[in-house]
Design a binder for this molecule. Structure first.
Ligand code: ATP
Ligand code: MG
Length: 251
């Protein structure tokens, strides 16, 4: 099977500090890949490479190859705007824009020039439904998104990403600011979304990685130390270090 992302010899430097060290990794389509590893090992840095968000960090220098659907995406001529449409992102702390629920979801499509009210209504409704939020907010779409609970805000951010019709959703610790019930809702959602989307999720919860991911990648000090099917990584890791991390002996 052709991977969606094919990463080869990826090195990333913040100034003189090397945060990612010759990473080789294939990311399969329509699967959930979990990234785990101790704080500071490079998970967020890595995930930001996949939609070129590190371009926004002045000190960051990225070397190596990141192929996305067979095309080199790390080159200077690559269309980064298109890439970010295809590869959406959800962050640790829900970050809705200070505007209405409706406008949050319509924001991206409007930015792209869509003005047709009916079309926008359609996209907003569909995205909110996909994010399992519609029923909770359908009667208050004009209200401020800031009035939603944290869990609802995070699902709104997922809806906002979905409105761009992405292929991939990057999630950097999307539930770490949420309570167990809100977390459960996001996990359920991920299980449904993976039918149509490729999901790459950073998590500090081993239980979460085991519950929701198909593949797990263990990072340590900027290196991808081990990657495999989640079952294998949790039941029979090849490295003692992986085992020590997932059993909570360090990290
Ligand atoms: N903008 C930056 N400038 C300089 N160094 C950075 C920057 N961002 C991250 N780093 C460094 O790069 C390394 C990897 O950081 P990163 O945020 O990717 O780790 P992480 O695995 O996501 O950690 P956490 O689990 O705590 O979120 C760390 O040593 C961090 O201090
Ligand atoms: Mg991080």
């Amino acid at each position: 099977m052709d991977p969606l992302f094919k990463i080869r010899n990826l090195n990333l430097y913040y100034g003189d500090f090397q945060a990612l060290k010759s990473i080789d990794m294939d990311i399969p389509k329509n699967q959930v890949t979990a990234l785990i590893g101790p704080s500071g090992c490079g998970k967020s840095t890595f995930i930001r490479c996949l939609n070129r968000m590190n371009d926004l960090i002045d000190s960051a220098r990225v070397e190596g190859s990141i192929e996305y659907v067979g095309e080199e995406a790390n080159g200077p001529d690559y269309n980064v705007i298109e890439l970010r449409k295809k590869v959406g992102m959800v962050f640790q702390n829900p970050n809705p824009f200070p505007m209405s629920i409706y406008d949050n979801v319509a924001y991206g499509p409007r930015q792209q020039g869509l003005k047709d009210k009916e079309k926008l209504n359609e996209i907003v409704e569909k995205s909110l439904k996909q994010a399992a939020l519609f029923d909770e907010v359908s009667d208050r779409l004009p209200n401020s998104a800031m009035g939603l609970s944290g869990g609802q805000q995070q699902r709104l951010c997922i809806a906002r990403a979905l409105a761009m019709e992405p292929d991939v959703i990057l999630m950097d610790e999307p539930t770490s600011a949420l309570d167990p019930i809100a977390t459960q809702k996001i996990e359920d959602l991920i299980n449904v979304l993976k039918e149509h989307y490729t999901i790459i999720i950073v998590t500090h919860s081993m239980q979460q990685a085991a519950r929701i991911s198909d593949y797990t990648a263990f990072f340590y000090m900027g290196e991808l130390r081990e990657i495999g099917e989640t079952d294998q990584i949790f039941k029979a890791p090849q490295l003692k270090q992986t085992e020590d991390y997932i059993t909570g002996r360090f990290g």
